[in-house]
Design a protein around this ligand. Structure first.
Ligand code: SF4
Length: 98
């Protein structure tokens, strides 16, 4: 493999995950500041597998029984007792009753 092709592939392999991370951080910054979350809140989010961008659109916080909508795109999660993104999700997702 020539050096320029290798450099390009290395750059591409690094840039895609960083872009995804940036998008996730941007979503988080809308509803809460991830940098100022207390350690207990970080641990709680980690323990339930919280993700700022839901992998499955059918399992977004906005459709969860534990979610209470607040300002546009944000709300409060009763499980976390904290602000979350409406487009986030976690392993404790419970579909809202109809
Ligand atoms: S419990 Fe529901 S509202 Fe809370 S983070 Fe998980 S999916 Fe979102």
């Amino acid at each position: 493999m020539n050096p320029s092709r290798r450099s390009f592939l290395t750059l591409a392999a690094t840039a895609v995950p960083l872009a995804a991370l940036g998008a996730s951080s941007a979503w988080a910054a809308v509803c809460y500041d991830p940098a100022t979350l207390p350690l207990s809140q970080k641990n709680r989010r980690r323990s339930i597998g919280y993700m700022d961008v839901a992998a499955d659109p059918a399992r977004r916080c906005a459709g969860c029984a534990f979610f209470t909508a607040a300002e546009e795109g944000c709300g409060k999660c009763l499980m976390l007792n904290a602000a979350v993104n409406a487009g986030a999700s976690c392993g404790s997702f419970a579909p809202r009753g109809k």
